[in-house]
Design a protein around this ligand. Structure first.
Ligand code: NAI
Length: 390
């Protein structure tokens, strides 16, 4: 395994600057790259602020902000920046053509031994690797936002990735500090849409979109849907969708509709809200009015429409599909990854005891909604997953 000293991080936005910060804290030399100089400078100043805050709380391992920052350089030119890189982490915008261009440039200009990793949330690593002449050294390295607080990193095999490239990335991942405890590295054995955590959560959206549309038809207020989740989820599904952004939700739905099943297509309510520019918290309006801050939601009356137990059943079904497809070797990894990436338990803990009941619930749901993707797969239906813990 090659010794890794120099990291190049391409893209200094939300994810890139934070990945750079933890890489610096792990004593790597970092060159941070962005085509936009303003964003690059903002990224550096966010890193500095972050480090100073940690230094003031004695969380920098006795180092000063100045010492840590002395390992950082910046560039607006990827070709020059990767000349001495041992390992590249790409975190540019989620656009396949741009990512391929970045990988081509990295391939043509970095040392032959350099490993190229993408932080893509959705794109195929195999496809990105095709832009290079070193597909064995191209892998996925998927962080969760913000990387300094979220323990999970998914390390993904493209079709041609070598074990050595994967093992090197795992080692780097384990070195990167996380303020909420020990890093959890999940090996993703197959390059399938959504990898692990985004994938098992994605089909819950099929159910939710159906609920939003039902509520709209029946004139049920959003508050009552969120009230259905009270006591089980810290935020109800409508508030949470507003919080993370309805435009992002649509984007993800389109992607899964293309790659997994048309059942993922966004429903009428979400599509209408986004077409009207009501994208949630960031636009001031979504399901709720956010113009004066977090909305006050009256949860005194329930709609009786959304059942959080069904959401868990859907996650169990999708987790079983991951096992069927060979994306992970065992369900323990899925549960641990969900906890480390989403701060909520995965579905298998409760699913081991409830899969028979949940199978019935999902059969009924598939009949009622007409969404065949929600029907239980064989591994869930038969309980075959129980033998696949590790
Ligand atoms: P962002 O929009 O905040 O940052 C992307 C940056 O890439 C921008 O600063 C842009 O100027 C820069 N850029 C664009 N083209 C470039 C090029 N050719 N060379 C160098 N820099 C270029 O986006 P964000 O949220 O940081 O996402 C980056 C990647 O991380 C995406 O692939 C996204 O899917 C993935 N990701 C995002 C998560 C999130 O919660 N935002 C979570 C996990 C992964």
């Amino acid at each position: 395994m090659i010794e890794i000293k120099n990291l190049a991080i391409i893209g200094a936005g939300l994810m890139g600057h934070n990945i750079a910060q933890i890489s610096l804290m792990a004593c790597y030399n970092v060159v941070l790259v962005d085509v936009n100089e303003k964003i690059l400078n903002k990224g550096v100043s966010l890193i500095e602020q972050g480090l100073k805050k940690l230094e003031s709380k004695n969380q920098l391992n006795g180092n000063s902000t100045g010492e840590v920052l002395s390992r950082l350089t910046t560039s607006t030119n990827t070709a020059v920046a990767v000349k001495e890189a041992d390992f590249v982490i790409e975190a540019v915008i989620e656009d396949l053509d741009i990512k391929k261009q970045v990988f081509k440039t990295c391939d043509e200009n970095s040392p032959a031994s350099c490993i190229l990793a993408s932080n893509t949330s959705t794109m195929s690593i195999t496809e990105i690797a095709k832009a290079t002449n070193r597909p064995d050294k191209v892998i996925g390295m998927h962080f969760f936002n913000p990387p300094i607080l979220m323990r999970l990193i998914e390390i993904i095999y493209g079709e041609k990735s070598s074990d050595e490239a994967i093992d090197t990335a795992i080692k780097i991942g384990e070195n990167l500090p996380c303020l909420r405890g020990k890093r959890y590295i999940a090996k993703v054995l197959k390059d399938r849409p959504g990898f692990i955590v985004n994938r098992i959560n994605a089909p819950v959206g099929i159910y939710l979109n159906w609920i939003y549309d039902q509520a709209a038809e029946k004139g049920i207020p959003w508050e009552q849907i969120d009230a259905d989740a009270a006591g089980v989820m810290p935020m109800g599904p409508c508030e949470l969708a507003d919080y993370t952004g309805l435009d992002l939700a649509i984007h993800a739905r389109e992607y899964y509709a293309k790659t997994l099943s048309p059942d993922f297509k966004a429903g009428k309510v979400i599509t209408k809200l986004v077409n009207e520019g009501k994208t949630g918290r960031k636009s001031g309006q979504g399901f709720y009015d956010w113009s004066k801050g977090r909305p006050k939601i009256d949860k005194s009356k329930k709609a009786g429409l959304f059942n959080p137990e069904i959401a868990l059943a859907i996650m169990l079904n999708e987790g079983c599909r991951l096992l069927e497809e060979g994306v992970v070797s065992g369900y323990k990894i899925i549960d641990e990854a969900n906890l480390a990436g989403m701060n909520t338990p995965g579905p298998f803990g409760a699913g081991k005891k409830n899969y028979e009941k949940w199978t019935k619930m999902l059969d009924e749901l598939a009949d009622k909604t007409g969404k065949e993707y929600l029907r239980p797969c064989e591994l869930m239906r038969t309980g075959g997953f129980l033998k696949m813990k590790k």
